[in-house]
Structures are given as C-alpha cells and as structure tokens.
Ligand binder design. Structure first.
Ligand code: GLC
Length: 480
C-alpha cells in the first residue's frame, strides 16, 4: 500500500524560527519520519526574521491569492530544505501581515488575543489550501501543531478538501483565543466551518477548534495525556478532551541527538563522553569564569535554561534557592527570558548572594550549551510540563535533573537513578530534593558518577517515537 503523504504545519521550526520547544520538535521530528520512508513536508510562515541567505531559501516564483474580508491578499511561496535533512519546507511570505514582523506580536509569546496576531496566523492558514493546489500536493494527513493552526481544518473544508488531521498539543495552557468579531470581518466564509462549540462568549478558541475537528489528537508525553483529562491540568478543556479520549494518545518527544552531543558540540570547550567525565569538570570551570562566578570545583553548580513563566516553577524555586544558598556550598546559573516580574525576583536573589548567583536574561544559544555541559545539576521544578526537552538534554551531558514529577518529567526522570525528583509541588519538597542532591554530590562521588553514566546512556533519540507517529498516521489514513 502507498505510504501516506504528510504535511506538517507549524508556526515555529528550528532553526528558522524558535521561541520554545515546539520549534525543536518541528525541526527534528519530520526528518526522523522521513528516515522511515515517508514523504513529509513542512509548511511555516516566512517571518521577517528568517534570513533567505543564511538558510538558502529559494523563491518558487509562485503566488497565492486569497480573500481577506473585502480585500484580496497575495502571498509568495519560498522553499528550502531543512538543514541536515532532505525535508522540504514551504514558507508563506505575505508582506502585510506575516512578513512584517517576528513570530509573535505579543511580547510574552502568549497565544495572544490581538487582532494583528489573529491576522498573521490566519493569513498563513488561509494560504495553505491554495499552496496545495498550486503545487499539486495531495497530502493524506495534515499534522497540526498547537493553537496557531487550529483553524486550518476549517480553511481546508472551506476549500473543498477532505484531508484528515492529526493535532499535536504541545502545551494546553496556550489556546489562542480571539474575538469572533474580527474574524467575521476577515474570514467570514470560513466561520461557519469552525465548530460552534469552539466559539464561546464572542470568542473563538482556535486550539479547541482543532481538538474538535482533528480525527486524532496526541500530546507530547504519556503522563501529560492522562493529566489533561483532569481539572487540575485540563486548562478548562478537560471535558472536551474527555469526549475525545479514545482518539487521544501520548507520545514522548525525542531530542536532536546530533545537535545535543557532548562528544561533538561546537559550543563547548572540552568534549566528553561517559569515559572522559573529567572533561566535564573543565567545562564547569570555564562556565564559572564565563558567568563571573568564583571557580570552585567542589561547589555544586545548579544550572537552569528556561522561560521566565509561571509554568516553570519559579514561585517554589526562589524560596528554596534562598534557603539553600544561605547554608550550603553551591552556586546557581540561570539563563532565561520572559516575565519581568520573575526576572526582578531573580535579580533580588543575585543581590543577596552576588558570588553565588549568575543570571543572564538574554537569548544565548552558545551559553545554553555551556550550561548543559558545565553545570552539575539542572533545575526543572515545573508546575506542569507537557514533555520538557531540557531534562533530556541535560542528562545527555551528565548534568542530573532536579525535577517535579509531572507530565514528561515523570516519564523521563528517575529518582536517585538518573536525577532527583519530588512529587508534591511545594518549596519544602523541592528543598528536600536539592539537599539530597547536595549530599550525594559531597559524600558519594562514586554514586554520582554512576548516576551520570546512567543519565548519559538513556535513549532520547526520536527513533522509538517517530515509529509511534508513523503508526498513528497509518491508522488515520486507513480509517474510513
Ligand atoms: C512546549 C511544552 C514542553 C514541550 C514542548 C515540545 O514547549 O511546554 O513541555 O516539551 O512544547 O513539545
């Protein structure tokens, strides 16, 4: 039987445009699926921030026309090959709404609510059925990712397509809710193809529309799959998800094991693997110098690369750090941007412990690699975590994660084996966990080394998960 053709739709794709983990998945899952012999192509918006030259984008010379309210918009299609793969990427360039700015219009990359953001993302969606027509592409499945493309099934239906959809939910907290009033003015014809349950109080919930329209839904870890059926984690959508439970699965994300490889990482000074962990210590020294912390071999260095958002657990982390920094020989380095409110609290901590805290609130990919490589432990006390990629990355570098047992953290971190975990989300429980890690670090280097080796040899590649996606595609394509 012919293998299904897949179109993978995502608003973020590494390395072209990245804010969060969505981009990393969109840049590494499609090549893994292609390796299994499937034709999979990516479609994404061409933001102003995407350099044609750096990424070798080619102008296809083809235009797309689409209605937008009373007007007609024209988009241009560009193509490129995803670096280190053979996956074709289609970029939709539209000068007025899409290619006039970066990925998000809202500062905090939230799922917005503003008209310009609705326009940017839905001009993109409206171009997709036309792209398929012009390129004579007939995908069997459209793989939707997150709220950005939540209305795409309605655009497809409106254009007369019966293509099936798989929705991957990367984070239920972001739903993309927009006033229906603006939609009426711009995409009125498509409005009646939106599931009426997704329109509530005059607002369209774009993620909910995809939850109601896609034939199959998955989320990015088995544990998060179960959690989102509860009121605690369902973000108000648990009832709708419950009704779709038989079509809802959980597939753990993988990471790009070539990009994240301590043996071969261009951003770190000393390469290492399980048999040369002494080089990890040299990276630690380098990192301490780099972020202006005293070079102290025996001080535990907690690392963190994160987004400054409530999800990531700063409300319990800051009090825990405050008490542990007072008592123990340890340091912390945090690389993160986002909420100014959280940034202020970390700056406050830095004032109290100037020689123990380093805080870098700028995007810096090289430093991220250096923290993964040079820290002893990696902080991940997330309140909730759909999958989380950082704990898997840190483990590959022998940096033991300290994690709250939730979502994908529950599926990857094993207490006292490849990291340290706590079950109840509280500062007290986190503090106990920090102390446990300090104790083993100080008193039992042998065990520490064993845990590092265990962490470094876990298989976090896409191999197993890409096979699960392919099974889902096959099932979906087969179903009448
Ligand atoms: C989101 C989630 C994160 C997940 C990523 C990729 O960023 O918060 O847990 O790993 O998407 O699926």
């Amino acid at each position: 039987m012919k293998k299904p053709l897949i179109l993978f739709a995502s608003a973020e794709v590494t390395p072209f445009a990245k804010v969060g983990g969505l981009a990393d998945v969109a840049g590494s899952l499609p090549p893994a699926i292609k390796q299994l012999g499937y034709d999979i192509r990516i479609v994404m918006p061409k933001y102003q921030t995407i350099s044609e030259k750096d990424w070798g984008l080619v102008d296809s010379g083809k235009n797309i026309e689409m209605p937008w309210g009373q007007e007609k918009l024209t988009a241009r299609v560009w193509t490129a090959t995803l670096p280190n793969s053979t996956v074709t990427v289609y970029f939709i360039e539209e000068k007025r709404f899409i290619t006039s700015g970066g990925i998000y219009i809202e500062n905090d990359a939230s799922s917005g609510g503003s008209d310009p953001e609705f326009a940017r993302i839905n001009v993109f969606c409206s171009a997709i059925p036309e792209l398929l027509r012009i390129f004579s592409l007939e995908p069997d499945i459209i793989h939707l990712n997150d709220w950005h493309v939540g209305l795409l099934p309605a655009f497809m239906q409106n254009a007369g397509y019966q293509t099936k959809h798989l929705l991957t939910v990367h984070n239920l907290a972001y739903q993309g809710i927009y006033p229906a009033k603006f939609a009426k003015k711009t995409i009125n014809a498509v409005l009646e193809k939106i599931n009426p349950l997704a329109i509530n109080n005059g607002n369209i919930n774009t993620l909910l529309n995809a939850i109601l329209s896609a034939e199959k839904i998955n989320t990015v870890s088995p544990s998060y799959r179960d959690e989102i059926l509860t009121t605690e984690f369902g973000a108000g959508l648990e009832g709708f998800l419950g009704k779709r439970a038989k079509d809802l699965s959980g597939i753990l994300n993988g990471i790009n094991t070539e990009e994240w490889d301590p043996k071969n990482d261009a951003h770190i000074a000393f390469h290492f693997d399980v048999s040369s962990l002494e080089n990890k210590a040299r990276n630690k020294e380098r990192l301490q110098k780099e972020v202006a912390l005293p070079v102290e071999k025996n001080a535990m260095l907690f690392g963190m690369v994160s987004r400054l958002s409530e999800q990531k657990g700063f409300d319990i982390l800051i009090p825990s750090l405050r008490s542990i920094l007072k008592k123990a020989s340890c340091q912390v380095v945090i690389l993160a941007t986002g909420s100014l409110y959280i940034a202020d609290q970390i700056k406050e901590l830095k004032k109290e412990f100037p020689l123990k805290v380093a805080f870098i609130d700028k995007f810096n990919n090289a430093l991220a690699h250096q923290i993964y490589a040079g820290a002893d432990t990696f902080l991940m006390p997330s309140r909730f975590e759909p999958c989380g990629l950082s704990q898997m990355i840190s483990m590959r570098y022998g940096t033991l994660p300290i994690a709250h047992l939730t979502g994908g953290l529950k599926d990857t971190v094993k207490n006292n084996k490849n990291g340290f975990c706590f079950n109840k989300y509280s500062s007290d429980k986190l503090s106990v966990c920090l102390k446990d890690s300090l104790k083993i670090f100080k008193d039992n280097q042998k065990k520490w080394g064993q845990m590092q080796r265990q962490a470094m040899t876990e298989d976090f590649s896409w191999n197993a998960s890409a096979k699960k996606y392919v099974q889902l595609y096959e099932k979906l394509a087969d179903e009448a």
